[in-house]
Design a binder for this molecule. Structure first.
Ligand code: NAD
Length: 260
């Protein structure tokens, strides 16, 4: 247990699983009071329960953050319970596969609503709260594929590039108010979402799918392996806390060297 976020209040979107859950857990271990927000309310409650069974420093919130009033409610409920908001980690995202020749207006709306607009909605209400307090830190999770091309995920990668532009412009707008805004670009990270999808697609067990994914991730990075969610969470923790006090508008690559 550490104290890097002692006395801080953090809201983590997508906290019901994967990198979001690992981030919420690490923030909690570093002393923060944490709101775990997810549109999968059961997953948010389960993650919150695993992090802090007593529920003293954790709050689970079920909210579809692609809807602005829901993002506002998530921030409002966090402040009502914990009294302030110092850190927003925008982790929630969805994926759409295929080239843009297969994209539809519906698939564009779906992915833009969560990956870009929800980041902006949550940031809007969090920043308004942080400005009242005199400062705060926003960390937006993008992707190594926001800066590095590949086949088959054009819509997703475009939204993640949008997150980087949003991050830089938000940093410009809010620096004078004491709000730092940074982005992190994970490389391939082994989360249950990917394992479950591969197992279902190929009709194989979760263990087989995980082994295949470890192998697949190994070929695309310099470090020859996939990241564990906690390795990404450490980057988010750095950008969230006081150790990055002179960092704003930055993009931190935590991608095993994929993008170089
Ligand atoms: N896993 C990877 O390989 C990888 C690589 C690069 C970037 N990323 C990024 O890291 C972040 C986390 O990825 P992950 O693999 O842990 O994802 P994940 O799919 O495991 O978790 C995403 C969470 O977001 C939630 N969510 C989806 N839509 C929502 C909505 N409308 N409102 C609230 N919550 C919603 C989901 O329920 C889920 O719990 C994402 O931004 C992703 O794009 C992941």
């Amino acid at each position: 247990m550490g104290e890097r976020l002692a006395d801080k209040v953090a809201l983590v979107t997508g906290g019901g699983g994967g990198i979001g859950e690992a981030t919420a857990r690490l923030f909690w271990e570093e002393g923060a009071r944490v709101a775990v927000v997810d549109n999968d309310g059961a997953a948010a409650r389960e993650a919150a329960g695993k992090i802090d069974g007593a529920g003293e420093r954790v709050l689970a919130i079920s909210a579809d953050l692609s809807r602005e009033p829901e993002a506002e409610r998530a921030v409002r409920e966090t402040v009502a319970r914990f009294g302030r908001l110092d850190v927003l980690a925008n982790v929630a995202a969805v994926r759409v596969w295929g080239p843009i020749t297969e994209a539809t207006p519906e698939s564009w709306d779906f992915i833009l609503d969560v990956n870009l607009k929800a980041v902006a909605y949550c940031s809007k209400f969090a920043v308004l709260e942080m400005v009242k307090q005199g400062g705060g830190s926003v960390v937006n999770v993008s992707s190594a594929n926001a800066v590095s091309g590949r086949r088959g995920m054009a819509q997703y990668d475009a939204t993640k590039a949008g997150v980087l532009a949003l991050t830089r412009s938000m940093a410009c707008d809010h620096a004078a108010q004491g709000v730092r805004v940074n982005a992190i670009c994970p490389g391939p990270t082994l989360t249950m979402f990917h394992v479950r999808r591969r197992a279902a697609d190929k009709g194989i067990s979760l263990a087989e799918a995980e082994a295949e994914m470890r192998e697949a991730g190994a070929s695309s990075t310099l470090l020859k392996r996939q990241a564990e969610p906690r390795e990404i969470a450490y980057g988010i923790l750095f950008l969230a806390g006081h150790e990055s006090s002179y960092v704003t508008g930055a993009t931190l690559m935590v991608d095993g060297g994929l993008s170089v």
